[in-house]
Design a binder for this molecule. Structure first.
Ligand code: GTP
Ligand code: MG
Length: 157
């Protein structure tokens, strides 16, 4: 079971799109392991976008991602990384197919609604950058099939 880090960017939160975007991933069959509304610190933004440091749009990217709250999420599912990127659509909204998130909701390359990890290594790094381990359900078998659902025992631990 693969884990991915998805993040609704400040434009999506400001446009009140959290519910309908979360719905798409639930409908697809992924399982949510954790989520929070938070504002990225400058340090978190620099770690998150380290691969883009030095590019012409880097300053704009950091300014935008720290400009308001984001909705950070960890999801699990079969091939969750590749499948969620297919659902997101191409980075450039001009190339993003209708039916994808960016194809349906974005017109700007910077304000493109959602981030999704591009590899298992990125997912690990991006999750650790935004969540404490205790904020996430353990990944593993589908939650519905677990005997005690959320892995919380009768004593509350
Ligand atoms: P993320 O899931 O956000 O990482 O998008 P991606 O993997 O599809 O694209 P990539 O990692 O190459 O770029 C990261 C983000 O930088 C993109 O989502 C855009 O928001 C932004 N970005 C990339 N290229 C440009 C550009 O040419 N101009 C601007 N303004 N932003 C860009
Ligand atoms: Mg990327």
């Amino acid at each position: 079971m693969e884990k991915t880090f998805l993040m609704l960017k400040p434009d999506a939160v400001q446009r009140k799109m959290i519910g309908r975007l979360v719905q798409r991933f639930e409908d697809k069959g992924f399982e949510l392991l954790g989520a929070k509304l938070t504002r990225m610190t400058m340090k978190q933004a620099e770690i998150h976008y380290a691969e883009h440091a030095g590019k012409p749009f880097y300053g704009e990217l950091i300014d935008f991602i720290t400009s308001g709250p984001v909705f950070a999420m960890v999801w699990q599912g079969e091939q969750a990384i590749a499948m969620s990127r297919t659902m997101m659509g191409k980075t450039n909204p001009l190339e993003a197919a209708p039916g994808t998130i960016r194809g349906d909701y974005a017109t700007d390359k910077g304000l493109n609604v959602i981030h999704g990890s591009d590899s298992p290594e990125s997912a690990e790094r991006e999750i650790a950058n935004m969540f404490e381990p205790g904020e996430l359900l353990p990944s593993g078998p589908p939650i519905a099939s677990r005997s005690n659902g959320l892995h919380i025992d009768a004593s509350g631990n």
